[in-house]
Design a protein around this ligand. Structure first.
Ligand code: ADP
Length: 368
C-alpha cells in the first residue's frame, strides 16, 4: 500500500458519505501563495485537496517559520481540528492554484457518528500519518547526529593529516639537498607520492562521512602484495618515531575481498596508536594466521599496554585516554571498517605485554 493510499481512501469515503447524506461540501479556491489558515486560527474543519498543492508550516521560534510538510491532490489536512477541537497548530498555504473541499467539524463529526467505515478510514489515515512523521523525525535526528559526528570527525582527520605532512616535509627536504643522490631523490619522490595518495584517501573518507554514504565496495586483492605496500608506506613514518615493525609470520598469500583504501586506515591507526604509546621508540610485532574461512591478524606493541579498566571502552566513539590530542575516533573507525569487511576486531590483554589488537578478515564475502 502506498503511503498516500489510506488518505485517498478517507477522502473518497468522506465524499461518498457527503453525497449520501446530501450534504453539499464547501468548495474553496486559493491562488498560489494564498494563506488557507494561520497558526492559532480556530480549528473549524478539515480540507481535502481536489486539485492543488498545500504547504503546512509552523513557527519554530518567534520569527522563524519551518515548513513541516506538503500535501498534494487526493490528500487532506487540518484533521487535528476534528480530533481535539483546538486552534490550528500550524499554518497552511497554497503552493499553486488549488481547489479544496472544506468540511466543517460539525459535518465530519455528524458523518462519523453514522458511518463506522469513515471513522476507520480516518483512524487508518491518521496512524499512517503518525508513522510517517515518526520516521521523518528519526531521519532528522540521524542527520543532526551525523553532522555533529562530522565536526568531531573533521578534528580527527585534521589531526591524522599531520603524519603524512611531516613525511612529505622530510622527503622534500632530503630531495632538495644539494648532496642528494639520484636514488635518494627518486625515493623521496616515491614517498611524497605515497603520502599525497594517503592524504587524498583521508579526505575522501571525510567526504564519505559528510555524504552519509555507507557503500564501500570490496574487490579481490592479494593480501601478501597488499600488506607489503602497507609496510612500505608506514616504514619511514615509524622509523622517524624510532619504531620498527617486525612481521613474525608469513603473510597469507591469498586473494580475498578487500577495500584496501579503508583497510589501510586500520593498519595505520593501530601502528600510530602503538607508536603514540612508545614515545622513546619500540617494536610492533605483526602476526598472521590463515584458516579455511579467514585471515587472523595480530598487532602487538612493546608499549605499556592498556590501562586497567579501559578495554571494554576502547571501541566506543570518542573514548580517549592518555593522549592529549586524542579524539577517540581511531579505533571506532577501525571497528567499522573491519566489520564492513565481515570481520571482527578486539583487544587482547596479555599480562606483561604491550597493547595487542586482533582482527579477522573473511576469505569470502557474506553474499558469496
Ligand atoms: P585516540 O587514539 O584518538 O585516543 P583511539 O580510538 O584510536 O582514539 O584509541 C582510544 C584509546 O585506546 C586511546 O586513547 C588509548 O587510551 C587506548 N589505546 C589505543 N591503542 C593503544 C595501545 N596500542 N596501547 C595502549 N592503549 C591504547
Amino acid at each position: 500500500m502506498s503511503a498516500a493510499e489510506p488518505r485517498a481512501t478517507f477522502v473518497s469515503i468522506l465524499e461518498s458519505e457527503l453525497r449520501q447524506q446530501q450534504v453539499g461540501p464547501g468548495i474553496r479556491e486559493y491562488k498560489a501563495g494564498e494563506v488557507i489558515f494561520e497558526e492559532g486560527d480556530p480549528g473549524d474543519g478539515l480540507y481535502a485537496i481536489l486539485d492543488g498543492l498545500v504547504r503546512i508550516s509552523a513557527f519554530v521560534s518567534q520569527s522563524n517559520k519551518h515548513a513541516l510538510r506538503e500535501f498534494a491532490t487526493g490528500d487532506f489536512f487540518g484533521e487535528m481540528a476534528i480530533i481535539n477541537n483546538a486552534p490550528r497548530s500550524a499554518s497552511a498555504t497554497a503552493m499553486r492554484d488549488s481547489r479544496l473541499m472544506f468540511v466543517s467539524r460539525g459535518q465530519v463529526v455528524d458523518l462519523m457518528e453514522r458511518s463506522p467505515p469513515l471513522v476507520f478510514a480516518l483512524l487508518h489515515a491518521f496512524s499512517h500519518r503518525m508513522r510517517e512523521t515518526n520516521s521523518h523525525f528519526v531521519q532528522e535526528m540521524i542527520e543532526a547526529e551525523r553532522l555533529s559526528l562530522m565536526g568531531r570527525f573533521a578534528r580527527s582527520i585534521v589531526h591524522d593529516l599531520k603524519n603524512p605532512l611531516s613525511v612529505i616535509a622530510l622527503a622534500a627536504d632530503a630531495a632538495a639537498s644539494g648532496r642528494a643522490s639520484p636514488e635518494l631523490r627518486a625515493q623521496a619522490k616515491k614517498r611524497i607520492h605515497q603520502q599525497v595518495q594517503r592524504l587524498t584517501h583521508m579526505l575522501n573518507e571525510l567526504l564519505r562521512v559528510s555524504e552519509g554514504s555507507t557503500q564501500h565496495a570490496l574487490e579481490p586483492v592479494n593480501f601478501a602484495a597488499y600488506f607489503a605496500e602497507v609496510i612500505d608506506q608506514t616504514r619511514d613514518e615509524l622509523e622517524n618515531k624510532k619504531v620498527t615493525v617486525e612481521v613474525q609470520t608469513s603473510v597469507p598469500d591469498v586473494v580475498l575481498p578487500l577495500n584496501t583504501r579503508r583497510l589501510d586506515h586500520v593498519f595505520f591507526n593501530l601502528f600510530n596508536n602503538a607508536a603514540d604509546f612508545m614515545p622513546d621508540g619500540g617494536r610492533i610485532m605483526v602476526r598472521f594466521q590463515q584458516t579455511p574461512a579467514e585471515i587472523h591478524a595480530e598487532v602487538e606493541d612493546t608499549g605499556p599496554g592498556f590501562k586497567p579498566g579501559i578495554v571494554q571502552k576502547l571501541f566506543t566513539p570518542f573514548f580517549t585516554d592518555g593522549k592529549p590530542s586524542g579524539t577517540g575516533l581511531g579505533l571506532s573507525i577501525c571497528k567499522n571498517i573491519v566489520e564492513d569487511h565481515g570481520g571482527r576486531i578486539w583487544p587482547r590483554e596479555v599480562a606483561g605485554c604491550g597493547g595487542v589488537f586482533c582482527f579477522t578478515l573473511p576469505l569470502k564475502t557474506a553474499a558469496a
